[in-house]
Design a protein around this ligand. Structure first.
Ligand code: 1OR
Ligand code: 1OR
Length: 380
């Protein structure tokens, strides 16, 4: 029998790739439910726009959450020049056994270099889930890379080699064939994690705008040490993030960064979480339990609100740059996810309008509870 060569149509490859990426980014659990939803949206989108993935026109994505609201949809953002199918090399972190100690990579560093590196990695969200030993291994393996203006550090569609932490310099991220500018990094942060985490082609191009200094971490060390903890953390916070209505304003990519940033905290019954009048260091999302919000009044404390799973608190002081307006107590065992002020400012910008609207509600609730004669209006 003669062997027939089957040609895989570009449109099929594109649509499957888009689907796989959306699935890997979202990690929804049930692949069939997700597929039904994905392809239904795709069909609706096509009916509305007449554009589909795989056509020569600029397509729209079925999942708008990957796209920022104020920007035009950019698809094939993960696709230009790709070489590898996402299916080809899927990764299940649970099946990985971490026994590759003999593969440790060490780039010796002077004290001065190590101090600069430690400073640069201080706020890297992905590193938050690491224990000190893992952190040391990562620091050992990182190596310096100097860049000049216009140097391309990452090219969209390439395979992932390194993860980069910024010590200094300004860098732009571009996406799509028309090189749409989607993000600017200024002297801090990191990039290049997506291709390494999800085993997919580079999702964006990163170019230096100024002279800069980067710290690079090779793919193998990144995957060996960071993969499990990053996946686990993203999985752990997926349900919480999806259950907070305000966070729907975030794109998928932003939600992943948020999951990396959240810090779990547990409070026992009666414990104080926030003290009225204190300076604010972050805000809280409730995962479990009941939080009682109280304010000082007439020499005592009056409960003004009870908050439950899916709700948040501690945002007011961060938004208004004022001291804490109320105290918060755990009414039973309370599990929260905490985000510090630096990550709050970096990641929750897209939710700011919603938060401000909800804060306006406090004002009207305040009037309802205490009436216009209240002398506590200065809590704001
Ligand atoms: P990477 O390994 O795919 C390119 O290589 C890097 O650019 C990527 O990891 C991220 O670290 C970074 N979407 C995807 N990747 C982005 C984005 C981004 N911005 C920076 N990177 N978007 C911009 C979100 C503000 C979404 C664009 C549709
Ligand atoms: P924060 O950073 O000021 C205390 O720390 C938190 O309590 C505050 O952010 C809000 O997240 C939360 N007025 C002020 N803060 C409130 C209120 C509130 N409710 C919850 N918080 N009011 C209650 C409305 C039902 C207005 C009446 C005083």
């Amino acid at each position: 029998m003669s062997k027939q060569k089957v040609k895989v149509p570009d449109s099929l490859r594109d649509v499957l790739l888009e689907f796989s990426i959306a699935y890997l980014l979202e990690q929804p659990g049930d692949v069939i439910d997700f597929a039904v939803d994905f392809f239904t949206k795709l069909q609706t989108n096509r009916a509305q726009t007449g554009i589909s993935i795989g056509s020569n026109q600029k397509p729209t994505t079925p999942d708008e959450s990957i796209i920022s609201q104020d920007e035009e949809p950019v698809v094939n953002r993960f696709a230009a020049g790709r070489r590898k199918s996402v299916f080809a090399e899927q990764y299940d972190p649970e099946e990985d056994n971490d026994d590759e100690d003999n593969n440790k990579v060490i780039f010796p560093k002077t004290d001065e270099q190590r101090a600069r590196l430690c400073d640069s990695v201080k706020n890297i969200l992905l590193f938050r889930a690491l224990d000190p030993e893992q952190m040391n291994e990562i620091l050992d393996a990182m190596f310096e890379k100097k860049v000049r203006p216009d140097d391309t550090i990452i090219r969209q569609g390439d395979d992932g080699d390194n993860f980069y932490v910024i010590e200094s310099g300004i860098y732009n991220a571009y996406v799509g064939e028309d090189n749409k500018h989607v993000h600017t990094y200024e002297n801090r942060g990191s990039f290049g994690e997506l291709a390494l985490l999800y085993n997919m082609p580079r999702a964006a191009t990163i170019r230096a705008v100024t002279d800069g200094q980067l710290w690079a971490l090779d793919r193998q060390t990144f995957r060996r040490i960071l993969l499990k903890s990053a996946f686990r953390k993203r999985k752990m916070y997926e349900t919480l993030i999806n259950s907070v209505p305000m966070l729907k304003a975030l794109q998928n990519y932003e939600r992943m960064n948020l999951a990396d940033a959240l810090i779990p905290k547990v409070y026992q019954e009666g414990e104080q979480i926030i003290k009225q009048g204190d300076a604010a260091d972050g805000m809280y999302f409730i995962e479990e339990g009941t939080v009682s919000i109280k304010i000082h009044q007439d020499g005592g404390e009056t409960e003004i609100s009870k908050l439950e799973k899916g709700q948040y608190f501690g945002e007011l002081a961060l938004v208004t740059h004022r001291p804490r307006a109320a105290s918060a107590y755990a009414q039973n065992t309370v599990k929260v996810a905490f985000i510090d002020v630096e990550a709050f400012e970096r990641l929750l910008g897209p939710c700011m309008d919603i938060m401000k609207r909800n804060i306006d509600d406090y004002e009207s609730q305040l009037l309802k509870i205490f009436g216009s004669k209240s002398n506590i209006a200065d809590i704001r």
